[in-house]
Ligand binder design. Structure first.
Ligand code: NAD
Ligand code: LMR
Length: 327
C-alpha cells in the first residue's frame, strides 16, 4: 500500500505526513511538494515505523517518481484563506494546482484512490472528476472530497451538550458541501440521539458551518486549520485504507460524484446536485454505496438543505466550466 501526499511540506501536509508515516497499514509513503520535501522527508525518515518514505520536488521528473503506482493520493496542495476571504476566493490559484496534480495521478497511478482536501472542495472535486474524465480514467468510486473536518467539528461542538467523554462516540452526519451554508449538520439523526435545546440549535449549527472561519480569524493571517485538518484527513485516509484491505462496515461522509456511485442517483435527483457529501460505505473498490438520509432530515434541517443546494450548484458548475472551457 503506497500513499502520496501532494502538498506535503505545507501546514496540513506536514502533520498529515507524520500521521501517515506512523500508520502501520502503509508500506510506502511518498511526499511531493514544490518546496522543502527533502527536509520534511529526512526528518520523518527517522521514525521507526514500517512505511518506507521518499520525497520529491518537481525537478528531475519528481512528480512521476512520487506518483508512480500509488494506491492512495491525498491532495492538500494549494493556498489557504486569510481573514476576509471565502473558500471560493481560493479558486483562481488552487483550481490549476489541483488540475495539475490530478493529471499526474491519471498518468502515473490511474487506479489510485484520490482524496481531495484543497479548497474550495465544492469546486476542486468537480475539477478533478472532469480532468480524470478527459484523461479517460475516471472511476467515481475512487474520487473523494474530504469533508471529515466538518464531522469532527460537529462531534466536538456537541459534546458540551451530551457530556460524553469521547466526542467521537456520537455519530453526527454532516452532509452537503464544504463551505459555510453548504455544510449541513443533521443533529436530529445523531446516534445515539442528542437533545439540543431549541435556543442552542442555531448557534451550534452556525459554529459547524463556519468553524473554518473561527480558525482563520484566530490565526490572524497565518492561514487556516492545519492540525485539526491533518487529524481529519488522516482519519478519513485510515478508514479508506482499512476498507480497501477488507474491513467491513466502514462509513464516513465524503463529497462524491453521485451519478457514478451505487445509490447516488436517488440523492442527485432529490438534491438537484451531482456532487454532494453523504455517508459513504467504503470498501475494496472505494465508495461501495451511499446512503440517502436527506428524506430523514427534520424541517429545520430541510430549510438548511435548500440553501445548501443553491450554493453548491454554482460551485459545482464553476469547477466543471474550468475544465471544459479553460479561462
Ligand atoms: P499551506 O500553504 O500551508 O500548504 C500548501 C502546500 O501546497 C505548500 O507547501 C505549497 O508549496 C504546496 N503546493 C503549492 N502548489 C503545489 C503544487 N503544484 N504541487 C504540490 N504542492 C504544491 O496550506 P494549508 O494550510 O496546508 O492548506 C492547503 C489547502 O487545504 C488549502 O487550499 C486549504 O484551504 C485547504 N483546507 C481544506 C480543508 C478541508 O476540510 N477540506 C481544511 C483545511 C484546509
Ligand atoms: C476549514 O474548514 O477549516 C477549511 O476549509 C479551511 C478554511 O478555509 O476554513
Amino acid at each position: 500500500m503506497k500513499a502520496v501526499v501532494a502538498g506535503a511540506s505545507g501546514g496540513i501536509g506536514q502533520p498529515l505526513s507524520l500521521l501517515l508515516k506512523a500508520c502501520p497499514l502503509l508500506d510506502e509513503l511518498s511526499l511531493y511538494d514544490v518546496v522543502n520535501t527533502p527536509g520534511v522527508t529526512a526528518d520523518l525518515s527517522h521514525i521507526s515505523s514500517p512505511a518506507k518514505i521518499s520525497g520529491y520536488l518537481p525537478a528531475d521528473d519528481g512528480i512521476a517518481k512520487a506518483f508512480k503506482d500509488a494506491d492512495v493520493v491525498v491532495i492538500p496542495a494549494g493556498i489557504p484563506r486569510k481573514p476576509g476571504m471565502t473558500r471560493d476566493d481560493l479558486f483562481k490559484i488552487n483550481a490549476g494546482i489541483v488540475q495539475g496534480l490530478i493529471k499526474a495521478s491519471a498518468q502515473y497511478c490511474p487506479k489510485a484512490f484520490i482524496l481531495v482536501i484543497s479548497n474550495p472542495v465544492n469546486s476542486t472535486v468537480p475539477i478533478a472528476a472532469e480532468t480524470l474524465k478527459a484523461e479517460g480514467v475516471f472511476d467515481p468510486k475512487r474520487l473523494m472530497g474530504v469533508t471529515t473536518l466538518d464531522v469532527v467539528r460537529a462531534e466536538t461542538f456537541v459534546q458540551s451538550l451530551t457530556g460524553e467523554r469521547d466526542p467521537a462516540k456520537t455519530v453526527i452526519p454532516v452532509i452537503g458541501g464544504h463551505s459555510g451554508e453548504t455544510i449541513v449538520p443533521l443533529f436530529s439523526l445523531a446516534k445515539p440521539s442528542v437533545n439540543i435545546p431549541a435556543d442552542k440549535l442555531d448557534a451550534l449549527t452556525n459554529r459547524v458551518q463556519f468553524g473554518g472561519d473561527e480558525v482563520v480569524k484566530a490565526k490572524d493571517g497565518a492561514g487556516s486549520a492545519t492540525l485539526s485538518m491533518a487529524y481529519a484527513g488522516y482519519r478519513f485516509t485510515e478508514k479508506l485504507i482499512k476498507a480497501v484491505k477488507g474491513e467491513a462496515n466502514i462509513v464516513e461522509p465524503s463529497y462524491v460524484y453521485l451519478p457514478g456511485v451505487p445509490g447516488g442517483d436517488a440523492i442527485a435527483k432529490e438534491t438537484g446536485c451531482d456532487y454532494f457529501s453523504v455517508p459513504v460505505t467504503l470498501g475494496p473498490s472505494g465508495v461501495e454505496k451511499v446512503e440517502n438520509i436527506v428524506p430523514n432530515a427534520n424541517e429545520y434541517e430541510k430549510k438548511l438543505l435548500q440553501a445548501a443546494y443553491t450554493g453548491l450548484k454554482g460551485n459545482i458548475e464553476k469547477g466543471i466550466e474550468f475544465v471544459k472551457n479553460p479561462p
